[in-house]
Design a protein around this ligand. Structure first.
Ligand code: MIG
Length: 664
C-alpha cells in the first residue's frame, strides 16, 4: 500500500513512474509540523528500530544515530563527520516494531535527523515535497513496492560486469597500452580501461586530444577485438571558447543555465570559464545527450559522467569580487581580523549556496532557481545521454554511470560512489552502502576499488577485491599522483589473478541475480535481517551481506587480520575458494565462528536449499564459457535455478531465461 501526500508546490522530478493522487490528511505514522523553512515529519522510534536506506550516504547500514542531508556535493574528503555525498536518495525504511518505508520526493535539500538530536526521534525536514508512505508484508516487500513506484533499474551490457582499470593520470595511447599489456602479461582478467579528463582537448567535452590519441577509433577497435572496452569520462560543464561547436550551438539555442537577467551563468571548473547545460529543459537535455554521438561514432560504448552535482570551483562573478578585495589589501599592514576577512573571500568559492542561488533552469513546470532543483542536475545530465542512446541504437545497451544522482536516474544509468580513500574504513563504508543503493534502485553501482585518494597497500587491495567481486561495478580507480594500484604491479600477482578469476566464475550467478532484481525490484545486496527478520542479532550485523538469493558474504576489513568473526544466521554451507574451480565446502550451523581467510582466498556461505552456478575463470566476459557450468549446492531435493541467457548486448534478449533443474 502506497499513499502520497503533497506539501507546498513540489518541482516535477520524474522520480516515480506510477501516477498517484495525493491523499488528504496526516501521512501516518508521521506527525507533521510547519517550520520556518518548510515542513517537518516526525516519527518516534522504538528502542530497537533500525533505519535503512538513503542510498549513497555516510556511516553504517543502519542509519540511526546521525544527521544526513540530501544535498549533492562534490566532497574531496569523505570523512565520518560529514552529512552529504554526491547523491540524493530520499528513501528510508524503518525496520522494527512497525516496518514501513517513506520516500521524500523533492528536488531541493532534505534533512534526515535519525536519532541525532534526540536518540529516539526521527525527523525529516523539507520544503515543497511529495511524501510517499509505503506499507507491506515485510522489508523486502516494501522495497519492492517502492521500486514498482519508481520503475525498473538500468541494465548495462554484460561486459560492464567485468573488471575495469582506471586512473586519473593515464595521459595517452602509450599509457593505455601499458595497462592493457600489463594485465595480459600477468594473465589477470580485464574488460575495460577508463579514460579520465586527460583524453580531451583542453577539457572540452566530446573532443579528443589527437596528439595523445592519434587514432582513437583504431585503438578502441583493436582493444575491443580482445574484449577490452575504452570508457571515457564526460564532465557536466562546457568550455567557453569561440569556435567550439558545443559551446556555440548551446548559446545560440539558449540551452545553458542563465543568471537572473537571463545571461549565461559562467562558472570555473576544469576547462576554465564554462557553462552548465540546462538539463532540466528536455530539449537542452536531449541536445547535450546527442553530443555523445561524437564518441559513439568512434566505437565508444560506455561513459562515466562526472562533476554533475554540479561541482563548481568558483563562479566568475564571485571570483572577480574576491580578487578585487585582495587587490585592495596589497601592501597593507593587515590586522588579524582583516587578514581573515581578506583570505576568507577564497574559502567559500567552491560549491557555494550563493552561486546555486544565482542561476536558473527552464523546466517544463516553470523557471526554477537552481537551489530548488539542485539534486536533479546529475540525474538529468545522465538521462539526456540515455535518451539519446535510445535514439542512436534503440535495442543496444550502453554502459553509463554518473557521479551525482537522484532516484529516477536508476532507470537510465548506474552510479559510482565518488572520491573515497585507500582506507580500511572506506572498505567498510563501501559494504555498508550497498543495500541502501539497492533499495533506491541503483543496482549497477560500486566504489573506487582500492581507494581513490591516499596510498593503498597490497593487502588492502586484495581484501577490497575479495569484496568487490560481489559488486556489479568492479572498477579499480585512483586519483592522480597516488601510488600505482594496477593489479599487475603488486608482489603476489597470482593472488590477484585467482581472486579476480572468481569474479568471472560467479558471473553467471551475479548477472542472473542482477537482471532479475533490476526487473522485479529485488535487492541484490541485503542486510542480514531482511532474510532473518526475527533474529535480533542479524539486525546488528553491519559488515556482512546477502548477495542474491543464494549466498552470504563476510569480507575481511581489517589490516593484518588472518580472518574474522562471522555471524551465521542459519545453517549454511561455507565455501572456501582458491579459484573458481578449486574450493572446499563445509556445513556450519547457526552461530558465531572465527573463520580464517588467507589473503588469496575467498570465503562465502551458501544458504540451505539453494544452488549457485559456477563457470571456469576467464580473461574477460567475452570469453566466459557459460555452456559448461558446474553447481554449488546445498539441497536435498531437485532445485530450480533461473539463469539469464541473453546475448549480453541487446535489450530485447533480456527476456531470455533458462530454468535449470539441479539434482542434489
Ligand atoms: O575534480 O576527472 O570523482 O573519479 O578521477 C576532480 C578527475 C574530477 C572527480 C572524480 C574522479 C576523477 C576526477 N574528477
Amino acid at each position: 500500500m502506497i499513499k502520497k501526500y503533497t506539501y507546498g508546490k513540489p518541482i516535477q522530478t520524474d522520480a516515480t513512474v506510477i501516477p498517484l493522487n495525493a491523499t488528504v490528511g496526516m501521512p501516518a505514522p508521521f506527525t507533521v509540523t510547519e517550520t520556518e523553512t518548510g515542513v517537518q515529519f516526525a516519527y518516534a522510534m522504538d528502542r530497537d528500530d533500525a533505519v535503512f536506506g538513503l542510498g549513497e550516504q555516510l556511516r553504517g547500514m543502519n542509519k540511526r544515530g546521525w544527521i544526513y542531508e540530501s544535498w549533492n556535493y562534490d566532497d574531496p574528503s569523505i570523512t565520518e563527520g560529514r552529512s552529504c555525498l554526491y547523491g540524493a536518495h530520499n528513501f528510508i525504511l524503518i525496520f522494527g516494531k512497525k516496518t514501513f518505508g517513506a520516500f521524500f520526493d523533492c528536488g531541493g535539500k532534505v534533512t534526515f535527523d535519525i536519532g541525532y538530536s534526540d536518540p529516539d526521534l526521527l525527523t525529516v525536514c523539507a520544503k515543497d515535497v511529495d511524501v510517499y508512505v509505503i506499507e507491506g508484508e515485510n522489508a523486502l516487500d516494501i522495497v519492492k513496492k517502492f521500486r514498482t513506484l519508481i520503475g525498473p533499474s538500468y541494465i548495462p551490457p554484460k561486459w560492464a560486469f567485468g573488471y575495469a582499470q582506471s586512473k586519473w593520470g593515464y595521459k595517452c595511447e602509450a599509457d593505455i597500452r601499458t595497462v592493457y599489456e600489463g594485465y595480459r602479461r600477468e594473465d589477470i582478467p580485464l574488460d575495460m580501461i577508463y579514460l579520465d579528463i586527460d583524453y580531451m582537448q583542453d577539457y572540452k567535452d566530446f573532443t579528443v586530444n589527437v596528439e595523445r590519441y592519434p587514432d582513437l577509433p583504431a585503438l578502441s577497435a583493436e582493444l575491443k577485438a580482445d574484449g577490452v572496452y575504452l570508457v571515457p569520462i564526460i564532465d557536466a560543464a562546457v568550455k567557453v571558447q569561440a569556435g567550439y561547436s558545443v559551446y556555440e550551438e548551446g548559446v545560440e539555442k539558449g540551452y545553458f543555465c542563465t543568471d537572473k537577467e537571463g545571461e549565461p551563468f559562467v562558472i570555473g571548473v576544469w576547462p576554465g570559464d564554462s557553462l552548465l547545460p540546462d538539463v532540466l529543459n528536455p530539449a537542452a537535455r536531449l541536445w547535450f545527450g546527442s553530443q555523445y554521438k561524437a564518441l559513439l561514432d568512434q566505437g565508444i560504448e560506455g561513459f562515466w559522467n562526472d562533476m554533475n552535482e554540479p561541482a563548481i570551483f568558483y563562479s566568475k562573478t564571485r571570483l572577480q569580487s574576491a580578487l578585487g578585495e585582495v587587490a585592495k589589501a596589497v601592501g597593507k599592514n593587515l590586522q588579524v581580523e582583516e587578514f581573515n576577512e581578506v583570505t576568507g573571500n577564497f574559502h567559500h568559492l567552491a560549491n557555494s549556496l550563493a552561486d546555486y542561488d544565482s542561476f536558473y533552469h527552464n523546466a517544463p513546470d516553470g523557471r526554477h532557481v537552481h537551489t530548488d532543483a539542485h539534486n536533479l542536475y546529475g540525474y538529468n545530465m545522465t538521462r539526456g545521454a540515455a535518451e539519446y542512446f535510445e535514439e542512436y541504437a534503440p535495442d543496444r545497451r550502453f554502459l553509463l554511470f554518473s557521479r551525482s544522482s537522484y532516484i529516477g536516474l536508476h532507470r537510465y544509468a548506474g552510479i559510482w560512489t565518488g572520491d573515497n580513500c585507500s582506507w580500511w574504513s572506506h572498505l567498510k563504508h563501501n559494504i555498508a552502502m550497498m543495500p541502501g543503493l539497492d533499495m533506491c534502485g541503483f543496482l549497477y553501482a560500486g566504489a573506487d576499488l582500492g581507494g581513490h585518494g591516499d596510498r593503498t597497500t597490497e593487502e588492502l587491495m586484495l581484501r577490497w577485491l575479495a569484496f568487490g567481486i560481489f559488486e556489479p561495478l568492479l572498477r579499480n580507480h585512483a586519483t592522480q599522483g597516488t601510488r600505482d594500484q594496477e593489479f599487475y604491479i603488486f608482489k603476489d600477482k597470482k593472488a590477484f589473478r585467482n581472486l579476480l578469476g572468481i569474479r568471472y566464475s560467479i558471473l553467471p550467478y551475479l548477472y542472473s541475480e542482477f537482471v532479475t532484481c533490476a526487473k522485479n525490484g529485488g535487492m541484490l545486496s541485503r542486510p542480514l535481517c531482511f532474510d532473518y527478520p526475527d533474529d535480533a542479532r542479524a539486525r546488528t550485523v553491519e559488515d556482512q551481506l546477502l548477495i542474491g538469493d543464494s549466498i552470504m558474504i563476510a569480507p575481511v576489513i581489517e589490516q593484518n587480520a588472518r580472518g574474522r568473526y562471522v555471524y551465521v544466521p542459519a545453517r549454511m554451507k561455507m565455501i572456501r575458494m582458491k579459484a573458481g574451480d578449486r574450493y572446499t565446502e563445509r556445513i556450519v550451523e547457526k552461530g558465531e565462528y572465527y573463520i580464517e581467510v588467507p589473503l588469496d582466498e575467498i570465503v562465502f556461505f551458501l544458504k540451505e536449499g539453494k544452488v549457485m552456478p559456477l563457470a571456469k575463470p576467464a580473461k574477460n566476459v567475452a570469453s566466459l564459457d557459460e555452456e559448461h557450468l558446474t553447481w554449488l549446492k546445498f539441497i536435498s531435493e531437485p532445485t530450480q535455478y533461473r539463469i539469464c541467457r541473453d546475448d549480453g548486448f541487446s535489450k530485447s534478449s533480456l527476456e531470455n531465461f533458462e530454468t535449470v533443474t539441479v539434482e542434489p
